[in-house]
Design a protein around this ligand. Structure first.
Ligand code: BTN
Length: 150
């Protein structure tokens, strides 16, 4: 009688990729994120201490090397679901001798969309202490949650 059957429900009907309808899960970092450069990261389940692991696929590199998926490890503060927690994580790049640390805070905007505002330090390896002064870059990235496909 015109009611949708399960077969006619679209994927977005079945999921809640931005967590806007699941405030209990908002700002739990687990999931897939994309930033303003087009880089993607996937964060796994948080353990009881708020610690997590994941993987990072950067869209850009300061090197001429071929970009490879790289591991990340971090933690987020344990607070209640509405409290817009701070977090930090480290990416150990598998295609360069560099490390990036990100620190930031998860915000929920007026539409219920999660936004990660971060700053980062990218440390490159240099051959000599004389070159230490030019070994660190700093910047900002904004991440939003990628829509879940299942
Ligand atoms: C390297 O070039 O040695 C490793 C890749 C660095 C990518 C940086 S990390 C900060 C910024 N945000 C990104 O998503 N990618 C770049």
């Amino acid at each position: 009688l015109g009611l949708p059957t399960p077969a006619t429900l679209s994927v977005p009907d079945l999921c809640c990729g931005n967590n806007s309808e699941s405030p209990l899960f908002q700002c739990v970092l687990t999931g897939r994120w994309i930033n303003d450069l087009g880089s993607n990261m996937t964060i796994g389940a948080l353990n009881g201490k708020g610690e997590f692991s994941g993987s990072y696929h950067t869209a850009v590199t300061a090197t001429s090397n071929k970009i490879l998926l790289s591991p990340l490890h971090g933690s987020q503060h344990h607070t209640n679901q509405q409290s817009q927690p701070t977090f930090g994580f480290t990416v150990n790049w598998k295609f360069s001798e560099s490390v990036t640390v990100f620190t930031g805070q998860c915000f929920v905007d007026e539409y219920g969309k999660e936004i990660l505002k971060t700053m980062w330090l990218l440390r490159s390896r240099v051959n000599s202490i004389k070159d230490d002064w030019k070994a660190t870059m700093v910047g900002m990235n904004v991440f939003t949650r990628l829509q879940s496909q299942e």
